[in-house]
Design a protein around this ligand. Structure first.
Ligand SMILES: Cc1cc2nc3c(=O)[nH]c(=O)nc-3n(C[C@H](O)[C@H](O)[C@H](O)COP(=O)(O)OP(=O)(O)OC[C@H]3O[C@@H](n4cnc5c(N)ncnc54)[C@H](O)[C@@H]3O)c2cc1C
Length: 616
C-alpha cells in the first residue's frame, strides 16, 4: 500500500498570537499535519529588534520553534502554508508575493479571516465597494452578512503537534547575519537604538545565545527590563483572565456606555483595556463579542436593561470594523492625506511632504514641512507632555510611560494638537501615537520603536516589538475623526484642556499622578497652575515658569507656562477650519497633489499664511 504523503504544515503567525478561536490555526491543524511548524517571521519592514515567538500558551515547546523561521524547508519541504487574513494595503501586497512564491513552489496556501468580527472585504462589498464612514453604514452592511451577528468562536485546540526536534534539523547550510542585522532596517538603521543600553545579542547565532532557539530576553535584545515602564501585560492567558473578569460583572457589561466612562480613571481604568490584546490578537474579537452578547441576552431575559449600539461594548467593536473596512476599501492612501479621496484637506501646519519629495529628499530628513517654527515647538512640547496645560501633559506622559490612554483622553490630546489648539497635521499626531501606543495600529514606512511585553514564558520575558505594517486602520481612522477630516465633521465641538478634564476629575488626580511636580497644588489651580499666586506656588513647591525643557531651576521644581492662550487659539483654529471646509479640497484633488492648494487657501507665493494667523 502506498504510504500517505507527509503533510508539513507551516503556520505563519503574524499578530494572531492566540490558540482560542483561530480559524487559521484550526484550518492548519485540521490538515492532520505530519509536522506542524508554527513560525513568527521578521518582516524587514517591521520595526526591528527581536524576532519573537507566538503566545505563551505554546508552553515549553516554544523554544524549539524559532529555528523553523530560518530553516523551515529542511526536510522534504513544506506542503501547506496557513495564515490569518490581513486586509491592510501593505499586508495584501506582502501576502500576495508570499502566496505566489509558495504556489510556484507547489505549496498549498490556506488563508482564513480571523482578526475582525466579519470578513472586512465582505463588509466593503456589502457597502457598495465604498469605505464605511459611519456606524449606520457598518450596521447595514453586516446585517447583510450574518444578520449582524458574527460566527461563534471556536475552541482552542487540545494539543499542538510537535515540530521537528533540534537534532532533526540541519542548519549547517543556513546563512545567518552574525549578530544584529536582524535588528536593523533595510538601510541599516537600528530603529530601537534609543531603547538599547547594551548590544543586541539575540542574533549571536542562528540558535540564539543559549543555542536553544529560545525566546529572546529583554537583556538579549539589549534592553534593560527596568526601563520598561508599562504596567500592562500581554499574552493570551492575561487576555482571557481580563475578559473573564469583566464578563463576571454583568452590571459592568450591561451598563457599559463609552461616553460615561471616565478618561481620568486609572488603577483601574474605566474601560476594558483589551485593545492591546485585540491588536496582538491574544484575544479573539469574536469571543469578546459573544461573551458580552451572552451576558446581555441573560440580562434581557431577566428584564434588566442593556446599553445599546454604538455606545455599548458591541458598538465599540463595530467601530473597529468600521475603520478596518474603510481602510480595506481605500487601500494604501488611507494612511495619509496625500492621494486619499476620503480625507479632507486642511491647511495644517507641519504637513507631510509628498511621497515624491520624500523619495527625492535628503536621507534621514524630515518627512514633513516645517512651515512654522512655532508650530514645530508646539508639536514637540505636546509630544513630550510639556505644553503647560496639565490635563494634556498628564495624558501625554501617561501615554509615554504606559502606552495606553483612555479614548476620551485620546480625544482631548488629538483635538488639542489639530483643530483645537496647535493646528498641526493629524499625521504628526498619528505618528506619535504609533510610536507610543501598545494598541497602536501602525502606518507603513514610518519607524516604530517601543516595546510591549506581551507574555511571560517560563523565566523569560517574551517580548514583541510592534510590527510596523500591521493594522493602520484604528489609529489613522480615529485621528481623521478627531481632526474632522473624515468620519466626523462637527469641528466647532472642541475639547477644552481645562474644563473637560475638570468635569471628570475635579480633584485633578490624573494630573497629580502623571505631573507629580504639581501634586501639592490646590484643586482650584490644578488645571490652570499659572494662575496660582507666586506665594502659593512656593508653598506647593513648584514654580510655573519656562517651557518645560528643564524640570528644576534654582528655586526647585518647575512646571512650564502654557504655550499659548487656549481661547485665542481655539478661535483661530475654528476660523481656519471653517475656511478649509469652505475651500473643500480632499486628499486626491489635483491642487493637493501639485501644491496649488496654497492659492486656494490665500497663502502667498512663499507659502506664508495671511497676517492674521502669523500673529499667533
Ligand atoms: C486619536 C485616537 C487614536 C486611536 N488609536 C487607536 C489605535 O491605534 N488602536 C486601537 O485599538 N484603538 C485606537 N483608538 C480607539 C480607542 O481609543 C481605543 O480602542 C480604546 O481606547 C481602547 O481602550 P479599551 O480597550 O479600554 O476600549 P473599550 O472602550 O473597552 O472598547 C473595547 C474595544 O473596542 C474597540 N474600540 C473601542 N473604541 C474604538 C474606536 N474608537 N475605534 C476603534 N476601535 C475601538 C477596541 O478594540 C477596544 O479594545 C484611538 C482613538 C483615538 C481618539
Amino acid at each position: 500500500m502506498p504510504t500517505a504523503k507527509p503533510k508539513i504544515v507551516l503556520y505563519w503567525h503574524r499578530t494572531d498570537l492566540r490558540l482560542h478561536d483561530s480559524p487559521a490555526l484550526n484550518a492548519a491543524l485540521s490538515l492532520n499535519p505530519t509536522t506542524f511548524i508554527p513560525i513568527w517571521t521578521w518582516d524587514p519592514h517591521y520595526p526591528p529588534t527581536a524576532s519573537s515567538t507566538p503566545a505563551s500558551n505554546y508552553g515549553s515547546s516554544v523554544k524549539r520553534r524559532r529555528a523553523f523561521c530560518l530553516n523551515c524547508g529542511t526536510r522534504g519541504g513544506v506542503t501547506h502554508l496557513v495564515f490569518e487574513k490581513d486586509e491592510d494595503a501593505y499586508a495584501r501586497e506582502r501576502d500576495g508575493v508570499v502566496v505566489r512564491l509558495a504556489e510556484e513552489a507547489g505549496v498549498e496556501v490556506i488563508v482564513k479571516s480571523g482578526r475582525t468580527l466579519f470578513d472586512v472585504d465582505e463588509i466593503v462589498r456589502k457597502n457598495g465597494g465604498k469605505p464605511t464612514l459611519s456606524m449606520a453604514q457598518v450596521e447595514k452592511a453586516v446585517e447583510k452578512i450574518g444578520n449582524g451577528v458574527p460566527e461563534r468562536p471556536i475552541d482552542a485546540p487540545r494539543s499542538i503537534p510537535d515540530p521537528l526536534t533540534r537534532d532533526e534539523m540541519d542548519l549547517k547550510g543556513v546563512k545567518h547575519d552574525g549578530g544584529g542585522m536582524g535588528s536593523k532596517s533595510n538601510d541599516g538603521t537600528d530603529m530601537n537604538a534609543d531603547h538599547r543600553s547594551t548590544t543586541d545579542k539575540q542574533y549571536a547565532g542562528i540558535m540564539g545565545p543559549e543555542n536553544d532557539f529560545g525566546v529572546p530576553t529583554l537583556e538579549e535584545i539589549g534592553i534593560d527590563p527596568a526601563d520598561v515602564q508599562t504596567p500592562h501585560r500581554g499574552g493570551e492567558t492575561v487576555a482571557l483572565e481580563l475578559l473573564g473578569g469583566y464578563i463576571a460583572d454583568e452590571e459592568y457589561i450591561g451598563r457599559f456606555e463609552k461616553p460615561n466612562t471616565s478618561p481620568a480613571a486609572f488603577e483601574p481604568q474605566s474601560t476594558t483595556l483589551l485593545s492591546p490584546h485585540l491588536h496582538f490578537r491574544t484575544l479573539s474579537v469574536r469571543k469578546f463579542w459573544w461573551d458580552v452578547q451572552d451576558v446581555m441576552e441573560r440580562r434581557k431575559k431577566a428584564k434588566k436593561s442593556n446599553a445599546s449600539i454604538p455606545t455599548n461594548l458591541p458598538g465599540q467593536l463595530l467601530f473597529r470594523e468600521m475603520y478596518f473596512a474603510a481602510h480595506a476599501a481605500v487601500g494604501e492612501p488611507f494612511c495619509r492625506t496625500y492621494g486619499n479621496p476620503m480625507v479632507r484637506f486642511i491647511d495644517w501646519h507641519l504637513q507631510s511632504k509628498s511621497p515624491e519629495d520624500i523619495a527625492h529628499g535628503e536621507e534621514g530628513g524630515k518627512l514633513y514641512e516645517v512651515d512654522s517654527e512655532e508650530a514645530e515647538v508646539w508639536f514637540l512640547r505636546w509630544k513630550e507632555g510639556r505644553t503647560g496645560f496639565p490635563w494634556i501633559d498628564a495624558l501625554m506622559r501617561q501615554l509615554k510611560q504606559e502606552g495606553w490612554i483612555h479614548h476620551l483622553g485620546r480625544h482631548s490630546v488629538a483635538c488639542f494638537l489639530t483643530r483645537g489648539g496647535c493646528y498641526v497635521s493629524w499625521e504628526r499626531g498619528a505618528e506619535v501615537f504609533e510610536e507610543m501606543l501598545i494598541d497602536r495600529e501602525c502606518f507603513p514606512s514610518y519607524k516604530v520603536t517601543s516595546i510591549f511585553c506581551i507574555a511571560e514564558c517560563g523565566q523569560r520575558l517574551l517580548t514583541q516589538v510592534i510590527p510596523i505594517t500591521d493594522e493602520t486602520a484604528c489609529n489613522i481612522g480615529n485621528w481623521m475623526w478627531l481632526s474632522c477630516t473624515a468620519f466626523f465633521a462637527q469641528f466647532y465641538r472642541c475639547y477644552s484642556p481645562i474644563t473637560f478634564g475638570k468635569k471628570w476629575d475635579p480633584e485633578g488626580n490624573l494630573i497629580r499622578r502623571y505631573c507629580p511636580e504639581l501634586a501639592k497644588f490646590d484643586k482650584k489651580y490644578i488645571y490652570e497652575p499659572w494662575r496660582a499666586p507666586i506665594a502659593d506656588q512656593r508653598k506647593w513647591e513648584c514654580r510655573v515658569t519656562g517651557d518645560g525643557r528643564s524640570s528644576t531651576n534654582e528655586d526647585g521644581k518647575i512646571y512650564p507656562k502654557p504655550m499659548f492662550d487656549f481661547n485665542d487659539r481655539r478661535t483661530i483654529c475654528l476660523d481656519a477650519m471653517k475656511n478649509a471646509y469652505h475651500v473643500g479640497l480632499h486628499g486626491n484633488d489635483k491642487e493637493v497633489k501639485d501644491g496649488s492648494w496654497r492659492k486656494a487657501f490665500g497663502l502667498d507665493e512663499d507659502g506664508k499664511r495671511p497676517k492674521k494667523k502669523q500673529k499667533t
